[in-house]
Design a protein around this ligand. Structure first.
Ligand SMILES: Nc1ncnc2c1ncn2[C@@H]1O[C@H](COP(=O)(O)OP(=O)(O)O)[C@@H](O)[C@H]1O
Ligand SMILES: [Mg+2]
Length: 626
């Protein structure tokens, strides 16, 4: 009985550890609510869709597999070789034989190292290509979405999809899949080699497998909990940062830095704690696997040595010193992959979550889409008509436009006036088919905008939005938007729209840098640049939403003169806040709460003594006073 004492000690220790961990499993309840993002698509479905990204690279993956098999061969053959050498040097041996073995071992090692290297290189290259593919596809898809859909997704989210999530997904291929294949092969290979060498010792070692499985499952449970907490805290920090960095100037001007700092301090501390939690879980798991490994080695030595001394192991199978040495090496190779498989699990889960988030974007059908039989317009004459248009941004929101009808003939200029929120910008947006109307029709040259290819419509309409967006880059790149246009033509157009003085006054002219948020240009200057940007495309109809923000008198005069010139050139639809700008329009529509309450030209509307007259008198009096 005494000879089994060591085995009993090992068994009892393992049993105690198992019980302790199971108790922890029962006691420690997950305090983390399920993440904001719940997975709804099955793993199988995701793998199926992901396989599509791998498809173009199958040859690379096959090459990787081959190289992996070569490097695994070393893992499985080398212990055998070492065992063989151990046997060899026991009897009288020839030094030359030993050299041969050393060279053989070195050769195997070299081949293995080289194949590992090439495997890693091919895998990383392929991984980068897959990231690019996913990113390009996601970006192209986002470009195809309608304004309505884009309004619904915060920009920060889109950024994360294209950057982090794409990377996380590619890890499925470069990291998880590759390791999975490798580790499974190693476990199977090592097991087979051990069975061939000595099935009795192998069976004894296999007694540890149930413990390995138990500990791995528990680890998976705890690590998932810890990861979730960590992720939750990370997204807390991200959300806080993206909001507060954008609003930093407000924070500073209201002297709220202290409070915000405390809030942030709290969040980073919590995140730190969560990370420590994850490290703790790993800190428990890894030593436990090590304990298992050590026990397995002890048991091997115990039974191996005993068998060696007795001349045969428990059931009479012969044991040599070489077998024990080989087994000693195999046990390590058996435990390593198992630990790494368990640790990969979380990477896989987070990659799948990322994949699902990307797929959610990919699955958004663009709502404003060309019909199959949509027509291409080479030219737009400029008849614009609204027929009983009803429109709202939200399904269940208030109507923003209520039964709006009007007709503008080619060549005419029309102006929309009305207080903020009355629906002026919305009307312009609908003409450009940025949104679909719910009731009624928007007609351009007699065609419903829904029947016209959006690309041809947008090419022929020159839109100048209320808030001009300038990209970081140069003035030139903002005007040409990537088209190849000679400077001479750019300057001609700038002259037409009164932006030439602005450009020439810049230190670097067209090469002047535009900073992030275009803060080195005033609202008025931005508007002038937007006129030039639009005019460079020589549109048939111009659509202008005048900026409301404060503009200095000088720039205002420039803008006014510029609008005047543009309005003379052809069909123009203008929203103007300074009524003097649009005095000469052929048609003026006065909007209030989404309805046209007055229409006519300037003289008619003044004669009517209605809302327009009221607004006009108010403005002229103000101007006189100023
Ligand atoms: N993208 C949008 N989503 C939801 N509501 C919007 C959106 N854009 C504008 N609105 C609402 O539609 C109404 C009209 O807005 P808008 O056409 O911009 O007015 P205006 O240009 O006359 O100031 C406002 O009440 C505004 O809040
Ligand atoms: Mg507006």
């Amino acid at each position: 009985m005494r000879e089994y004492f060591p085995i009993i000690v090992v068994g009892a220790t393992l049993g105690l550890i198992s019980i302790a961990m199971l108790v922890a499993y029962v006691i420690v309840k997950s305090k983390v609510k399920a993440q904001a993002f719940e997975r709804t698509v099955s793993d199988k479905e995701i793998i199926k869709r992901l396989a599509r990204y791998a498809k173009p690279y199958y040859p690379s993956f096959i090459a990787v597999l081959m190289l992996t098999l070569v490097s695994i061969a070393y893992q499985i053959l080398s212990p055998y070789l070492v065992g063989y050498v151990e046997e060899m040097i026991k009897d009288e041996f020839v030094l030359g034989d030993l050299f041969k073995m050393v060279i053989l071992y070195f050769g195997m090692l070299l081949v293995s190292v080289l194949s590992s290297y090439f495997q890693a290189v091919i895998l990383q290259k392929t991984g980068q290509k897959i990231i690019s593919d996913i990113r390009e596809e996601t970006f192209a898809h986002i470009e195809s979405l309608s304004h309505e859909q884009l309004n619904g997704i915060p920009v920060g989210k889109l950024v994360t999809r294209v950057s982090n999530d794409a990377e996380s997904v590619s890890r499925v291929f470069t990291n998880v899949a590759a390791n999975l294949v490798k580790n499974v092969f190693i476990v199977v290979g090592v097991l087979a080699a051990m069975l061939v060498l000595n099935y009795e010792l192998t069976l004894i070692i296999l007694c540890f497998v149930p413990f390995i499985i138990l500990f791995t499952l528990l680890f998976r449970h705890f690590s998932r909990m810890a990861y979730r907490r960590e992720k939750e805290k990370t997204s807390d920090i991200n959300a806080f940062l993206s909001e507060n960095l954008s609003g930093m100037k407000v924070i500073q001007s209201f002297n709220a830095d202290g409070d915000k700092y405390d809030e942030f301090y709290d969040k980073t501390r919590q995140h730190g704690k969560a990370v420590l939690g994850t490290i703790f879980v790993f800190g428990i798991f890894r030593p436990i696997v090590y304990v298992l490994y050590t026990f397995a080695v002890l048991v091997l030595f115990y039974f191996g040595a005993k068998g060696y001394l007795d001349g045969a192991s428990l059931f009479g199978q012969a044991i040599t010193g070489g077998v024990i040495v080989s087994f000693y090496m195999y046990i390590e190779r058996f435990f390593d992959p198992i630990q790494s498989l368990a640790e990969q699990f979380n990477v896989l889960q987070s990659a799948f979550a990322s994949a699902e988030k990307i797929f959610t974007i990919m699955d958004m059908e663009p709502t404003v889409r060309d019909r199959e039989d949509a027509i291409e317009l080479d030219e737009i004459k400029g008849d614009v008509e609204f027929k009983n248009v009803w429109f709202r941004y939200d399904e269940d929101g208030d109507w923003i436009l209520k039964d709006v009808s009007f007709k503008i003939n080619a060549g005419e200029t029309a102006a929309f006036v009305g207080s903020t929120g009355s629906g002026k910008t919305t009307i312009l947006s609908l003409i450009c088919h940025n949104y679909d109307v719910q009731k009624g029709q928007v007609l351009i040259d007699g065609h419903d905008v829904r029947d016209i290819k959006t690309s041809s419509l947008r090419k022929r309409l020159g839109q100048m939005p209320q808030d001009v967006f300038l990209f970081t880059g140069t003035v030139r790149s903002n005007l040409t938007l990537g088209d190849d246009i000679p400077d001479e033509e750019i300057m001609n157009v700038c002259r037409e729209v009164n932006a030439d003085k602005l450009v020439t006054s810049l230190k670097d002219g067209l090469d002047e840098k535009v900073l992030v948020g275009s803060e080195n240009f005033s609202a008025g200057e931005r508007q002038l640049l937007s006129f030039a940007r639009m005019s460079l495309r020589h549109p048939d109809v111009i659509i202008l939403d005048e900026a409301t923000s404060n503009i200095d008198t000088e720039t205002e005069q420039l803008i006014k003169a510029s609008i005047d010139k543009m309005m003379k050139k052809g069909t123009a639809l203008v929203v103007a806040h300074r009524l003097s700008t649009i005095k000469n329009s052929d048609k003026i529509f006065v909007l209030s709460h989404g309805e046209i309450i007055e229409r006519g030209n300037h003289a008619e509307l003044i004669a009517k003594k209605g809302r327009y007259c009221e607004l006009y008198t108010l403005q002229t009096r103000k101007e006189l006073l100023a």
